[in-house]
Design a protein. Structure first.
Length: 558
């Protein structure tokens, strides 16, 4: 049952500003019916676990009907639950259980595109050129003598062309439709009032069912400016760096008109519904997504892309706190999610080995086979624990990904025949996909799926998962699970105004800051133990060394 403090937090309109949000990838969290796939009832059964963790909210990755062309981000029906995962009644039961435990519920919304199985897209394929049904999507005539060439030579995010030709109802080759992602994900035409109105209906549908907030997928891609003659890909500004509102389909200014409409819907509720934008945009433009007149908050993924390095961390933290203050939002912090290599593994790989020059992202390691022998798992976990404890001390919202509270490593060496992520099949030799961070969680140290369900899990779990299981860490002093529980409990108790003061340490490998109520966090990124300031250490990511803070360790002091 919710406590008095839980009830106060549930009614607080600003609950999201410094929330601890736990991301659940439903298909890999807990399987209640034994079919190998995680489901809604499985989440409901684990609400006591989530309560014990001390989180403020659950963010639920897509649970809608889907062919899984992109892990559920290809949505067939925006106002229903995938039958493989449960029913709307199951969803209502889950929402009620979370709320009774004092936990808010955030749902993923995927507004840039539907799946090609959506009733609207099927209607568009069955309708003639120029019909109202086709106007809900982006259809164009092809180039060439008989329209055999795509309208532009643009590439999709997952490789291959961003345009797909259809067969007309009479059986002849026809128009082309735009898809920034897979061909199973046709882009909506957000200039169409019918599309805009339908999404307002969807937001109200889930808000009425108890959803407290929304995570907006690819929030910077909805509106497009597509002239009659489309530019070639060599003429396109680089996404997120040089576009600055001029790209034909990334980060256009007009997208904020949509979010102003959404904000009106959010404010119809008490407390207002919240939203956080996934917007990969230039830092100078992120504030518009996070404005109070828009979505209210936007992800920053800067720490996720950084090496375990004191100067990188300090620069990123300072910059993002400044951006948040300028927009009136609070910042967001994240190290792992459903799209990236788990940070306990990234920090166990050599620094600076990222494929995009953005720190060690683990992608090349995956491409080279993802061998666990190449990862210093002990070092990676030690650094991950230190980084997470530092993150929990920062002002703003902390986003956790399921399993990181167990210190889970990435499963990098999944056999080709057992992989499921379409990215692996679309880009052989270029992209291994994201299956390794989506392997179902281990709840017990034994059993065919380590307690995930009665049968086998839909992705293979390695034998070493046994040592990371909830059962193996529950009530075990020093375990990563107990560290998270202690840190989140203290975080709630010590919560202060959204600011910090850097305290000079005299050591470039040490980050030391204080929150306005005097709570201090010290992280040693170096290789030798360092002295701690005066005060009481209330939690540390590793045992102290003769009263000193060891390498790769964070401590909180009051």
């Amino acid at each position: 049952m919710a406590t008095h403090n839980d009830s106060e937090r549930m009614a607080d309109p600003n609950w999201w500003r410094q929330a601890a949000v736990y991301q659940i990838y439903p298909r890999s969290f807990s399987d209640a019916n034994g079919d190998g796939l995680g489901d809604i009832k499985g989440i409901t059964a684990k609400v006591p676990y989530l309560k014990s963790l001390g989180i403020d909210a659950v963010w639920l990755s897509p649970f809608y009907p889907s062919a899984l062309a992109d892990g559920g981000y290809d949505v067939d029906d925006y106002r229903n639950v995938d039958p493989k995962l449960g029913t709307l009644a199951d969803f209502d039961e889950m929402a009620a259980a979370l709320h009774a435990a004092g936990i808010k519920l955030i749902a993923d919304i995927v507004p840039n595109h539907s799946s090609d199985r959506h009733e609207w897209f099927k209607e568009a394929l069955a309708s003639p050129k120029g019909s109202a049904a086709r106007e809900r999507y982006i259809f164009r005539d092809g180039l060439g003598e008989n329209g055999e060439l795509p309208p532009a030579d643009w590439d999709s995010i997952f490789g291959g062309p961003a345009w797909e030709r259809i067969t007309e109802p009479d059986g002849t080759p026809g128009q082309w439709y735009m898809h920034i992602f897979t061909k199973e994900q046709p882009d909506f035409n957000w200039d169409n009032p019918e599309v805009r109105e339908d999404f307002l209906k969807t937001l109200r549908f889930w808000s009425d069912r108890g959803v407290d907030g929304f995570r907006i997928d690819v929030a910077h891609a909805l509106t497009k400016d597509l002239p009659e003659v489309l530019p070639s890909k060599t003429e396109l500004p680089k996404e997120g760096e040089n576009a600055l509102g001029e790209h034909p389909f990334w980060d256009r200014d007009e997208v904020h008109e949509i979010y102003a409409e959404w904000r009106k819907v959010f404010n119809e509720y008490n407390p207002p519904r919240t939203a956080v934008a996934e917007a990969w945009v230039h830092a100078d433009r992120r504030a518009r997504y996070a404005s109070p007149e828009g979505l209210g908050q936007a992800f920053n993924f800067d720490l996720l892309q950084a090496d375990f390095d004191a100067e990188q961390f300090r620069t990123i933290i300072t910059k993002n706190l400044g951006e948040a203050a300028a927009s009136g939002a609070s910042s967001t912090w994240v190290f792992s999610n459903h799209d990236v290599v788990r940070h306990a593994t990234r920090y166990g790989l050599p620094a600076g080995g990222g494929r995009d020059g953005l720190g060690q992202d683990g992608k090349q390691w995956l491409l080279d086979g993802g061998s666990a022998a190449e990862v210093d798992a002990e070092l990676g976990l030690r650094r991950a624990r230190a980084a997470s404890l530092l993150m929990f001390a920062l002002p703003g919202s902390a986003y956790l990904y399921q399993g990181e509270e167990l210190g889970l490593q990435e499963v990098g060496d999944i056999a080709a025949g057992q992989r499921q992520d379409p990215a692996f099949f679309r880009n052989p030799g270029v992209d291994v996909g994201r299956d390794g961070c989506r392997v179902p969680l281990p709840w017990t140290s034994e059993g065919s799926s380590f307690g995930f369900g009665e049968g086998h899990a839909h992705l293979p779990q390695p034998e070493w998962f046994a040592g990371y299981a909830v059962e193996a860490q529950d009530n075990v002093p020093g375990s990563t699970l107990e560290l998270y529980r202690k840190a989140l409990e203290l975080r709630s108790e010590l919560r202060a105004a959204e600011d910090l003061e850097w305290i000079p340490s005299g050591n470039e490998s040490v980050l030391h800051f204080a929150r306005p109520n005097g709570w201090q966090s010290v992280t040693n990124f170096g290789t030798e133990p360092v002295a701690l300031p005066e005060g009481t250490v209330v939690v540390s990511s590793a045992p102290l060394d003769g009263g000193k803070l060891p390498a790769n360790t964070t401590a909180w002091i009051v």
